[in-house]
Design a protein around this ligand. Sequence first.
Ligand SMILES: Nc1ncnc2c1ncn2[C@@H]1O[C@H](COP(=O)(O)OP(=O)(O)OP(=O)(O)O)[C@@H](O)[C@H]1O
Length: 260
Amino acid sequence: MVDRAGPGPRADRWCGVSTALSVRGVHKWFGRTPVLQGIDLDVAEHEVVALIGASGSGKSTLLRTVNLLEPVDDGQIFLHEQDITDPRVDADAIRARIGVVFQHYNLFPHLTVLDNVTLASRKVFGVRRAEAAERGLALLERIGLADKARSYPDRLSGGQQQRVAIVRAIATEPELLLLDEITSALDPVLVGEVLDLVRELKESGSTIVMATHEMGFARRVADRVVFLADGRIVESGTPAQVFDAPEQERTRDFLARLHH
Ligand SMILES: Nc1ncnc2c1ncn2[C@@H]1O[C@H](COP(=O)(O)OP(=O)(O)OP(=O)(O)O)[C@@H](O)[C@H]1O
């Protein structure tokens, strides 16, 4: 694997950064099919990493192993130096430290927008209703949707729902945010809205790992782009390095195919 990104400008900006996530030698099989074949990936605090690669290359599976939705078959994953693949860990407690947003917004349809945003703070962290509501409203304000607080999700556009799903994921101030194809179900205008929000999160210091098919999205938001093929990291670097001057033939082939 080739990583040309180095510490990069963000490491300078957030001086003294530590490693938020460390994936070490992770293997995963589905039956006899190897899906992750020795993944090593370190993500610094405040870093935004985009996983790119063909369909089936293992991006979602990697995110799912980090969120403990899939057990690893070999290797270890550390969240702020805690081995979260240790079978003795409390998986729910680990998941409470990680925010996740999927392609389909997955808001609870029977809960109002505000209750969607505050549910985890109240149920998992025991924050009092009034305090959770105040914080939830502030988050909705931030994305211009405070007037929808009492609405149900089906009254919102896809882009609005996806932004609510994102603020719901950050409402508990997670140490790490995993975004899995969050723009795939949206039309181009709405992609822009979601992109702006992710950029804002980046500016406020969130640590993000996102799987995406949108190279424009990866280029504009990521500090580092990681290209996966057949469950392996083939190449990693800054967006300019990977997109404009890929060193590996497989990366070049993948990018060339996107343009045809
Ligand atoms: N639960 C499962 N059982 C069996 N095979 C699975 C399962 N989940 C994923 N796979 C297989 O693992 C491989 C990697 O899938 P994964 O979803 O991680 O790829 P991806 O890079 O995220 O693809 P996409 O870009 O299409 O979302 C694929 O071959 C897929 O069919």
